[in-house]
Design a protein around this ligand. Structure first.
Ligand code: NAD
Ligand code: TYD
Length: 368
């Protein structure tokens, strides 16, 4: 059996591949366009490993996706590929529409075509389809798992209950609107065509290999470089944080046992205001890599103009995933953030490599 995983040179997709192949012989075909956020260096430990097949390409390239599906006959397609950064979506929404909406639509269509060619029935019926190899999946076994975000639900007021799966969609940024659109397409492809889909809506991730334009890695990297730590607005916006490996374990669990057509919210009950996150990162760095001048890193905090349309609060109610699929995160925020800071301290080369080229040019253009 094989998985086709899209966007698996990015932060979460690559963590998923590393995790999966640490405990499974089942190969992964990794289809990734290698945008600024895609970085094969993250997967360098898999060089020469036949279980990881990398293909550079776009989820919207129907010919390519059709070929990969026919050639590798995956039992599941996991769609991580997306434009993922809210700030970028504000400055240039076009790529978000193209990949997150049009790309997902094209991927769904290609997968629907492939799924229609699979033999009907359970695994035990395979011999009834003699033209297929022993390892081909059946229509019943196949899954399309769409990886999405809690941002589709919009912003919560201070005392609102956390987002459950039935919360209305109210996306506010071009990013979250494009992800919401993709979720609706996935839902419709199940409802209309019967495609066996699963959707996960996860809270903010953090951990190793996170591109340093997102809050936590940016704060670590800027602090170490002696740069300001830009906190948007009053810093009291709340995000709900989950260690990336726990997101990966949730996706595995949903793939294994999720009910078809269902959505599952993924989160670790870790709501924190941004300023608390930044101060925690500073305190860990004070402990693990004190500044040469003995001053606290928190001195570098700099309040800057708020993000336009900035959502005030996200919070995930993960009861469904916990109760139905017995999933639990392995890390608390305290253990996860310590591991994350330690990882960035141990991997300065990875950081400097991703900060070169396109990333640097973009930052220079936006913030010059
Ligand atoms: P990322 O930006 O780090 O990685 C995205 C990957 O997708 C990159 O490797 C990029 O090259 C690839 N890609 C972009 N456009 C593509 C295209 N058209 N065809 C093929 N590949 C393409 O993002 P991430 O943080 O790893 O997020 C992965 C998924 O998880 C996204 O769908 C995102 O919406 C979702 N998500 C992210 C978070 C988070 O906190 N980062 C939380 C919940 C959900
Ligand atoms: P981010 O990591 O961009 O994720 P998202 O916007 O998808 O939640 O931002 C997390 C929070 O941190 C968000 O409220 C915006 C804020 N933020 C800052 O205050 N300063 C920064 O430099 C960045 C990148 C984010």
């Amino acid at each position: 059996m094989t998985l086709l995983v899209t966007g698996a040179a990015g932060f979460i997709g690559a963590n998923f591949v590393l995790d999966w192949l640490a405990s499974s012989q089942e190969p992964i075909i990794n289809l990734d366009k290698l945008t600024y956020a895609g970085n094969l260096e993250t997967l360098s430990s898999l060089q020469g490993d036949a279980r990881h097949v990398f293909v550079q390409g776009d989820i919207g390239d129907t010919e390519l996706v059709n070929r990969l599906l026919a050639e590798h006959q995956p039992r599941a397609v996991l769609n991580f590929a997306a434009e993922s950064h809210v700030d970028r979506s504000i400055y240039g929404p076009g790529d978000f529409i193209e990949t997150n909406i049009v790309g997902t639509f094209r991927l769904l269509e290609a997968v629907r075509g492939y799924w229609g060619t699979l033999p009907v029935g359970a695994v035990s019926d395979r011999e009834q389809a003699p033209s297929r190899s022993e390892t081909a999946p059946t229509r019943n076994d196949f899954r399309f798992l769409h990886v999405s975000t809690d941002e589709v639900y919009g912003s919560l007021a201070k005392d609102d209950p956390a987002f459950s799966e039935t919360h209305r969609y109210e996306p506010n940024s071009p990013y979250s609107a494009s992800k919401a659109a993709s979720d609706h397409l996935v839902r419709a492809w199940h409802h209309t065509y019967g495609l066996p889909v699963l959707t996960t809506n996860c809270s903010n991730n953090y951990g190793p290999y996170h591109f340093p334009e997102k809050l936590i890695p940016l704060m670590i990297v800027n602090a170490l470089a002696g740069k300001p730590l830009p906190v948007y607005g009053d810093g009291m916006q709340i995000r709900d944080w989950l260690y990336v490996k726990d997101h990966c374990s949730a996706i595995r669990r949903v793939l294994e046992a999720g009910r078809l057509g269902e959505t599952y919210n993924v989160g670790g009950w870790n709501e924190k205001p941004n300023i608390e996150i930044v101060k925690t990162v500073c305190a860990l760095l004070d402990e693990l890599r004190p500044r040469a001048d003995g001053q606290p890193y928190a001195q570098q905090i700099s309040y800057v103009t708020d993000r336009p349309g900035h959502d005030r609060r996200y919070a995930i109610d993960a009861h469904k995933l916990e109760a139905e699929l017995s999933w639990k995160p392995a890390e608390t925020f305290e253990t996860g953030i310590r591991k994350t800071v330690q990882w960035y301290l141990a991997n300065p080369q990875w950081v400097s490599n991703v900060q070169s080229g396109a990333y640097r040019d973009w930052v220079n253009k936006q913030y010059a």
